[in-house]
Ligand binder design. Sequence first.
Ligand SMILES: O=c1ccn([C@@H]2O[C@H](COP(=O)(O)OP(=O)(O)O[C@H]3O[C@H](CO)[C@H](O)[C@H](O)[C@H]3O)[C@@H](O)[C@H]2O)c(=O)[nH]1
Length: 351
Amino acid sequence: METNSASYHGKRVLITGGTGSFGHTVAEKLLTTGVEQVRILSRDEAKQDLMRHEIADPRLRFYVGDIRDYLSVERAIRDVDYVFHAAALKQVPSCEFFPLEAVKTNVLGSENVVRAADNAGVASLVCLSTDKAVYPVNAMGISKAMMEKVAQSYGLNNPNAATTVSCVRYGNVMYSRGSVIPLFIRQLKAGKNLTVTNPEMTRFMMSLASSVDLVEFAFQHAEQGDLFIRKAQSCTVGDLAQAVINLFQSKASVEVIGTRHAEKLSEALASREELARAQDMGDYFRIQADKRDLNYSAYFDEGNVAQAQYSDYDSHTVDRLTVTGVEDLLLTLPEVRAELAAAGLPFERTS
Ligand SMILES: O=c1ccn([C@@H]2O[C@H](COP(=O)(O)OP(=O)(O)O[C@H]3O[C@H](CO)[C@H](O)[C@H](O)[C@H]3O)[C@@H](O)[C@H]2O)c(=O)[nH]1
């Protein structure tokens, strides 16, 4: 995390959904700065207890609550300077089965966070979204797309707002809980074949460290309503499986199981319409909110002629990693290195 320690000096930071892998990593990094307090708001007291023991620091404070419940957000956000909003329902299948639960947490819960941040005079709020919010096809993505709209409408409706509200979109965070990389490794260790949905399916691959950098970047650069994405490479799931097989020197084969419910062949981090108004910032894009006011005729009559020159920032068309490239990326992940070390296999490149 390109932590600008000075920005946190003497400040209080709240992380919603803070016991997850993102929250944990951010909290640890913040505590290396001169931050005054890091607050975690989450539902599960057992996970909080675990984290309290893992990071024993008196500046870390835990609030049991749920973003669906405004009062619990209000309690946790009082006197806070900055908020990282990571609390969400983010499993595609569970949101598919219970779409209204996704609405309650990802849309209405996020609205609670925005409103509470405004009422508490928070300086900056960064909301975490996902590539599945772009041209969404599943309930998780649709609810995250609505969260982005809720976040952006805050500035549109409050031109003199004291709180800067921005969003970031992730791709697939490698080795995140419940995702395919730990699954592949578990399958290999159990002597099973790797289950691949569709070998040609592509996903953006991001390490946890680079997703934390993205949030940090947004925090440092956000203006009202901005949405940030980090440029990323993609790979096919077939190549990902092959890279895992190669690193673990396994004889396992790949079993094609077919596309799951509500998943896409590729994901887009930004649409062409968004890229047409995006600012290229090196490793990142800033996508500004449509700043026209809520005058309906402006909304309908003023188009954007630049749009036609752009295509989506899509995992099928961006720079694609080779199998060796995926192996190299996997070797940067501490969890993969630990698994390889435990299996007595090399986890450094010799050539
Ligand atoms: O047994 C499996 C399971 C998955 N896949 C494939 O592996 C890729 C990644 O699958 P994950 O389940 O790891 O990730 P998803 O893209 O489905 O979704 C993930 O990324 C999202 C962000 O885009 C959210 O964070 C979500 O919670 C998280 O599961 C997909 O192409 C999927 O089809 C397989 O090939 N075999």
